[in-house]
Write a protein that binds this ligand. Structure first.
Ligand code: OOG
Ligand code: NI
Length: 459
């Protein structure tokens, strides 16, 4: 099995495991598949503009959380076997009440070809155990000692991953063994949770307890992609599944969808065993795992992203104190006055990423020089580049609505430094800049089109 087959098989294997662990996820996948099929039937001309039905139906992202740089390095090696490389640096800490004591990257394929084969991505976070806003000196020392005594990713799995990365795949028998062992690393453990330790961390942050309160990691969620998230939301609600009350990100509107819209069903109580302070084992529940779903739009340039961030800040100001439907109305109004209503407008304003190809049916004669004229004159066709990354701050409402409480932080203390260079050092790998990947994809398409047309296309 080559790298791409391994990645597709890994996504299927995790999906089967998560469906068995979290039955509502299986419902979510079933409803998503039906929504996608129906959407394609209703809009055959446009439905596949941001990805074929085959890609979108198989598409998932997962989220996992680890505790140390060493755990990060090992999981990066496992993902490398699947052709998934770190892209982007996200800092989820901060002053807002929704802040989490983690920094993150996303492991995903980076070439257009690999993304088309299977775009599986895993948002991967690491606990910042020495951030004094959350943990004092003593707790940092206790946490680090606890984390140093566990092994999330056994040597045998890491060794197979090294071999798969070096060879670009694995022979079938080893591939099966590797897939099973890699999947097992992310299964929910039934080992009893030490109540006292878990609750000490949970008082600070539910995410800190989820990471540092147990001796294993697990998938926190696995997210299918839909072509119509509003319809998905209606159908899930119709099946009696309690969804959070908002779709996060841009509103539904008639113009082009950009970036990411996400929503989720609430975390469900899962049976867990607890070890009480007196040593007895009791049955209980924890609610940490939820069901997210997403609709992907066009990737934005830095100028587009800036406009997006300012539009959302405007929504926050104008919608302060409003309920979900009031906020949605504000969002729609802000979008209508902020965004171009079609792809021409996005491209002309330099807000979104596109690829270009020489049109097979282009006119005769001398082509114009400017990119916009080449598209308008029928020399080039233009296709949007789908957003392949994450917006965890915009999804903060999802994470928040799935935590029992906001936790506690001492904003008067300084955070500890973490940045992309730290992430690169910890993973032992280059952390790609998402914007550079989109820009390179655009440039490569322009270069190919230019050589086919026999001209130079600037910009
Ligand atoms: C962060 C997960 C981020 C998304 O879709 O933005 C993410 C966490 O582990 O809570 O999956
Ligand atoms: Ni997610």
């Amino acid at each position: 099995m080559d790298t791409h087959e391994l990645r597709a098989a890994f996504a299927r294997s995790l999906s089967a495991m998560y469906g068995a662990e979290v039955p509502a996820y299986a419902t979510l996948v079933e409803v998503s598949t039906a929504v996608n099929r129906d959407h394609l039937a209703a809009h055959p001309e446009t439905a596949e503009r941001l990805g074929t039905l085959d890609r979108v139906t198989a598409e998932r992202h997962g989220a996992i959380r680890v505790g140390t740089a060493e755990e990060l390095r090992r999981v990066a090696q496992i993902f490398a076997a699947f052709g998934m490389e770190p892209v982007g640096f996200y800092d989820l800490r901060g002053e807002e009440s929704t802040s989490l004591p983690i920094v993150s990257t996303a492991f995903r394929p980076v070439t257009a070809d690999a993304l088309a084969r299977n775009p599986f991505r895993v948002f991967t976070s690491v606990l910042v155990t020495d951030d004094r806003r959350y943990f004092d000196e003593n707790l940092t020392a206790e946490l680090d000692a606890f984390l140093s005594r566990r092994t999330l990713f056994p040597d045998a799995v890491v060794a197979l991953a090294e071999r798969a990365e070096a060879a670009g795949g694995l022979p079938d028998d080893l591939a099966d063994r590797f897939l099973a062992a890699a999947t097992a690393c992310f299964a929910l453990s039934d080992e009893p949770v030490h109540r006292g330790w878990y609750e000490r961390l949970a008082a600070i942050s539910g995410v800190a307890a989820d990471i540092g309160g147990v001796r294993h990691t697990h998938l926190n969620h696995l997210t299918p992609r839909v072509l119509d998230i509003d319809e998905l939301y209606r159908r899930m609600t119709g099946r009696g599944i309690a969804m959070i009350d908002e779709i996060q990100g841009p509103p539904a509107w008639a113009g082009p969808d950009v970036l990411l819209r996400q929503t989720s069903f609430r975390a469900l109580p899962e049976r867990r065993r607890f070890r009480e302070p007196d040593g007895s084992i009791v049955e209980g529940t924890l609610s940490v795992r939820f069901g997210e779903v997403e609709q992907r739009g066009i990737a934005l340039t830095p100028a587009g992203r800036d406009r997006y961030d300012r539009a959302l800040a405007e929504v926050d100001r104008e919608a302060a104190g409003l309920d979900a439907s009031g906020r949605d109305a504000v969002k729609k109004a802000v979008w209508a006055r902020t965004w171009p209503t079609d792809e021409d407008g996005l491209d002309a304003a330099g807000l979104a990423w596109f690829t270009y190809a020489a049109s097979p049916a282009r006119p005769a004669g001398t082509p114009p020089a400017a990119l916009g004229d080449l598209v308008r004159g029928g020399w080039l066709t233009r296709s949007p580049i789908v957003y392949e990354d994450f917006l965890p701050r915009s999804a903060a409402g999802i994470f928040r609505s799935n935590l029992d409480h906001d936790g506690t932080r001492d904003a008067s203390r300084a955070g500890s430094p973490r940045d992309e260079a730290w992430m690169a050092h910890a993973t032992g790998r280059t952390v790609h800049d998402p914007m550079a990947l989109y820009a390179a994809q655009r440039r490569a398409s322009l270069d190919a089109a230019a050589s086919e047309l026999g001209l130079t296309i600037g910009a």
